[in-house]
Design a protein around this ligand. Structure first.
Ligand code: F6P
Ligand code: MG
Length: 440
């Protein structure tokens, strides 16, 4: 079994140095600034208590930033949330991996763990600062990124609605071509994540459809044909009224990426490649731009209210899909725990059972890829199904742009060649994969 990526190991590389020394503290600095800028809003809503809460939250985040920058010990959580116990047990487990004199600290613990832990501590800082405990410190950035992508969103909605009008008359080959296009739009939508840019604008400015052909060589593993064969098979057998084809989408970022996922989901229903779509989002604000229930609702509401015919048509249809329950939104606290997905069956058996009902699970984004593969230093040629380490609730596919230095399932020599020609290929977000696994 490959070893987990730890911060100390990563410190030796320039990317990790940048991540730890700059990116995470930068994110905390932005969080502090956001809370501070909302001071008058808190005053208006809660009076003096709101002012006190602002001070308390800022003090918690400043302390957290100091702990992180000076490699202090990882501390137990102290809030009363339902996952606190699980987080604290996880810390105790990390302790068992060290000698009695050592304590898990920010630089020496596995990167996946401490990065998740930082976001959970941010949430703790807010939860322990009543009455502002439901304030989403990342909301402004997520909304801004949605508004910055208006042109791309309107182009995508227009493309989709024109396609949807004629879908019944399209040949099998044309439906397949459209599916591949929308899958790729959803893949490249994953470039728009705000944690990689420390919260700076990273939105999609122009139509995503025009650049698909040029981006094709950047897809390092493209298993789109495998997805098509599963879905087209169900489409052919779907004449029977009772038959259900369920696709689950484990969402990643709000903003443009979420719109690309919703368009793909709409296409799957409209083209009868699926009959039900189940979305999985985060219970708490996470990795700056990840989708929460409130972001999901907000996005659909924004589209409904848009002053653009095709955008509002999309928004109204999506709202209708939720009402008809052909789209179902789920959240589960497992998605914001530090566990690798191979531990899901044990830690969250209810979620594992839910995913087992699916015909295909699509995992969006880089963090999901890290959790699927255990964030380990795998050789590039290790098969994806092996790196999943027996996590296999259903056939699954990762749709991800590369932002962390993990990649499996490449052809022999492919990774080495990229490393010598483009040293940052694993972390720049330029490359992507549509990587499928049918087997345990
Ligand atoms: O690159 C920084 C980072 O926080 C990674 O650790 C993480 O995998 C990624 O950003 C999040 O990306 P995504 O939104 O695609 O999951
Ligand atoms: Mg994300």
């Amino acid at each position: 079994m490959a070893v987990p990526c730890s911060l100390s190991a990563k410190f030796k590389g320039s990317f990790a140095y940048f991540t730890v020394k700059d990116r995470l503290p930068q994110i905390l600095t932005r969080v502090i600034d956001t809370v501070h800028r909302n001071k008058s809003k808190f005053l208006e809503e809660y009076g003096e208590e709101g002012m006190e809460a602002e001070k308390k939250a800022i003090a918690a985040f400043s302390k957290l930033r100091n702990e992180l920058q000076t490699d202090k010990a990882v501390l137990l959580l102290t809030d009363p949330l339902p996952d606190t116990e699980l987080w604290n047990q996880y810390l105790e487990y990390q302790q068992t991996l060290l000698s009695a004199e050592e304590q898990p600290s920010w630089f020496t613990s596995p990167w996946l763990y401490v990065e998740c832990y930082m976001y959970r501590r941010i949430h703790e800082g807010i939860v322990l600062s009543p009455p502002i405990c439901s304030f989403d410190v990342f909301k402004e950035g997520k909304d801004e990124s949605f508004f910055q992508s208006q042109q791309a969103i309107s182009a995508l909605c227009t493309f989709f609605q024109e396609l949807a009008k004629e879908i019944k008359d399209r040949s099998e080959e044309q439906v397949k071509e459209a599916f591949f296009k929308l899958l790729q739009v959803s893949l490249w939508g994953n470039k728009c994540d705000l944690s990689i840019s420390s919260g700076e604008d990273n939105s999609q400015k122009c139509s995503p459809l025009n650049s698909l052909a040029a981006l094709q060589p950047c897809i390092l593993v493209d298993d789109s044909e495998c997805l098509w064969s599963i879905l087209s098979h169900s489409r052919k057998t779907s004449n029977c009224k009772e038959s259900v084809t369920r696709i689950d989408v484990v969402l990643d970022n709000a903003g443009f990426e979420l719109v690309t996922d919703l368009v793909l989901a709409d296409f799957l229903l409209t083209s009868k490649l699926a009959t039900e779509i189940h979305f999985h989002g985060k219970c708490i604000p996470w990795f700056v731009s990840d989708t929460t229930k409130s972001d999901f609702r907000w996005t659909i509401q924004q589209l409904r209210a848009a002053n653009h015919r095709w955008m509002s048509k999309c928004g109204n249809n999506w709202d209708g899909n939720l009402k008809k329950q052909v789209w179902v939104y789920h959240d589960h606290l497992f998605w914001t725990l530090p566990y690798e997905f191979c531990e899901m069956a044990q830690v969250a058996p209810d979620l594992y059972t839910e995913l087992q009902k699916s015909d295909l699970v699509l995992f969006k984004g880089d963090l999901n890829y890290r959790k699927l593969t255990g964030d380990r230093k795998w050789d590039f040629t290790v098969p994806f199904s092996q790196a999943l380490n027996r996590f296999h609730p259903a056939p699954l596919c990762s749709i991800r742009t590369l932002k962390a230095d993990i990649q499996v399932g490449l052809k022999s020599g492919q990774g080495e060649q990229l490393t010598s020609s483009e040293p940052t290929w694993m972390t720049s977000g330029k490359y992507g994969v549509i990587q499928f696994s049918a087997l345990a």
